[in-house]
Design a protein around this ligand. Sequence first.
Ligand code: NAD
Length: 253
Amino acid sequence: MPSGSTLLPFGRLDGRRAFVSGGAHGIGAAIVRSFAGAGAKVVIGDLDITTASELAGQVGAAAVKLDVSDTGMVQQAMAQQGPFDIIVNNAGLDQHAFFTDTTPEDWVKLLAVNLVSALACTHAALPAMQAAGFGRIINITSEAARLGSRGGAVYSAAKGGVIAFTKSIARENARFGITANSIAPGPIRTPMLEAAVAKGGDKILHAMTDATLLRRLGEPEEVAAAARFLASDQAAYITGETIGVSGGMGVGG
Ligand code: NAD
């Protein structure tokens, strides 16, 4: 951390303006709670505005209805709600199907929600961060990006793109005091995972837990803890990284 600068206490985000996409449910909601609890002024951008508004009311945040795959909508919403010191590109969409059973429409949709959304939100947020000389960009990728995924080829490709994008943004923006990092969750107990288990049954649940060294699912709060650290002043010397929060799933990957 630069000498002579005044740092917030460990893990505190007091006064920081944070944007969390997909913050109504699952990992995003845990990040919203964690950031708001740490003193950040949080804006949730989510398709599900009803739940996003309920959560915002509980934690003193704001909520905006947003489809992150609509780049025009992202640009407009972030200009209205910003500027931001921290953005968390978290909204995502999974689809379990073998690649040969997917269509070009599926590819476009998965790439739009999982990858283009991060480009759009980052593009909208960066100019103000550059002008301020401070920024934290946190992209939620997946261990599927590093390991591949049987039944998730396009999702994995999009999440791999998120990692490469993050590294490039880290390189371009270090001189502005902006860091960019990815978090790669393993199987985390969220509505997304519950939907996969509802479709694939206990077999898929066991396969997911067996793929971790710790032999269990993760909790959204465990991902949020990593996001909060990366957003904090104490993470100033960490950039371009991909941090697994996956019970060791990524070891060797
Ligand atoms: P979730 O499906 O439980 O929640 C996703 C949230 O994003 C919801 O609030 C949903 O309304 C919102 N959302 C979806 N599409 C959107 C869109 N187009 N525009 C705006 N909001 C939208 O998902 P989750 O499990 O909490 O996943 C969060 C992130 O973590 C995703 O990027 C996902 O790919 C990643 N991830 C999750 C797991 C896991 O096991 N749960 C594992 C690896 C990576």
